[in-house]
Design a protein around this ligand. Structure first.
Ligand code: UDP
Ligand code: MN
Length: 366
């Protein structure tokens, strides 16, 4: 497969001089037509005035000069970009040290298994908006600044992103400078008195917010813990119908040792002999409709337990694990996407993309 992007350049000279941004928005879109109204002198310096064009697109680029139509400026340049990348080999597995496909054929995303440029060339033209929910209730408002600042540098770079920060204390949420095309809304929410209840009620709140607001605004939604920081890029390789993340503490542990809810009286019950992976409650996502169904189902089983006076071993994380056991996720994120800073980095985790902030539980939980 070969992807070709054609561009007819017809910006005026001063546009181009200040057009780093225009170019980065326009060039990845194969339907763009850009024209340039100046003469020959642009032919050779052209690549250097397109600072945001990825280097590996440029090295395959040829620039042709053509006489323009009279209505057009004197010269029109056609920039032909060909995205070149190594051939996928049927008999060559990129990672041999980790599982990259579940038995139900869902990919498991590890560094080295995907090509970001190729994925971007497929996803950019879709003009997607990706939502993020994160809760900052009580003292957890202290995590918002670092979370959003790091996400602005590393989360879905170049895509439209809407952050939805659920909080009981809107005034203390810091205003972070956002990249173009990105927005942050505060969702006021009441504070439950116990941290377990705060954590569990996220399923209900996300579900309601999808129905009332975000279904109109975003295509995909990720639901993330706020006590986390991005350290490396997190891009469209993570998009899928329903996405779960493998918990960093249990990816190399027999399922009988997973901290699933083991009491059969709980709706989150999974017996010792069953289970696929232990998933983190701090990261899940997917298509809006799927996340709506998922959060509704988890909220329902949480309410069922509540009616029976039971709280699952790891609150909503136990219910999330039960749901992902009966309704398998379509894509899994490796622990690169939900690491724990207190753990040393093993060789199979080539880079840590998103990780917890060390916190003093006694200090921040009421
Ligand atoms: N949370 C909150 N206020 C609280 C407790 C929890 O806002 O008092 C939210 C916050 O988004 C947090 C998430 O619920 O990241 C899960 O709680 P926590 O991170 O403490 O759980 P852990 O990851 O330590 O299991
Ligand atoms: Mn957390």
């Amino acid at each position: 497969m070969e992807i070709c992007l054609f561009f007819l350049l017809h910006f005026r000279r001063h546009d181009l001089l200040e057009s780093g941004e225009i170019c980065s928005h326009t060039l990845p879109n194969p339907h763009s037509h850009i024209c340039l109204d100046d003469s020959l002198e642009w032919a050779s310096p052209l690549p250097s005035i397109l600072p945001s064009l990825p280097r590996n697109l440029l090295h395959e680029t040829t620039i042709c000069r053509r006489e323009a139509r009279p209505a057009f400026p004197r010269w029109v340049f056609v920039l032909l970009c060909r995205l070149s990348y190594p051939q996928p080999r049927s008999l060559d597995q990129k990672r041999l040290d980790v599982l990259t496909l579940t038995p139900w054929l869902a990919p498991i995303v590890w560094e080295g298994t995907f090509n970001s440029e190729l994925l971007d060339s497929a996803y950019k033209p879709l003009n997607l908006t990706i939502g993020v929910t994160a809760f900052a209730i009580g003292k957890y408002t202290m995590f918002v600044g670092r979370f959003v600042e790091s996400a602005e540098k590393l989360f879905m770079k170049g895509y439209r992103v809407n952050y939805y920060i659920f909080t009981n204390d809107p005034q203390v949420i810091p205003r972070v400078q956002l990249q173009p095309g990105r927005s942050l809304s505060i969702v006021p929410i009441k504070k439950y008195s116990h941290w377990q209840e705060i954590s569990m009620r996220r399923m209900e709140a996300i579900n309601r917010h999808i129905a009332e607001v975000s279904h109109r605004e975003v295509n995909y939604l990720f639901c993330l813990d706020i006590d986390m920081v991005f350290h490396n890029p997190w891009g469209v390789e993570t998009l899928g119908e329903m996405v779960a993340a493998i918990h960093p503490g249990y990816y190399n542990v027999p399922r009988s040792q997973f901290p699933y809810e083991r009491r059969s009286s709980s709706a989150a019950f999974i017996p010792d002999s069953q289970g696929d992976f232990y998933y983190a409650g701090a990261v899940f996502g997917g298509l809006l409709k799927q996340v709506y169904e998922f959060t509704r189902a988890c909220h329902m089983t949480i309410l069922a337990d509540k009616a029976n006076g039971i709280m699952a071993a790891w609150q909503e994380e136990s219910h999330l694990n039960k749901r992902f056991f009966s309704h398998k996720p379509s894509k899994l994120l490796s622990p690169e996407y939900v690491w724990d800073d207190t753990k040393p980095k093993p060789p199979e985790v080539r880079l840590i993309r998103f990780s917890t902030v060390n916190k003093d539980y006694k200090e921040i939980r009421d």
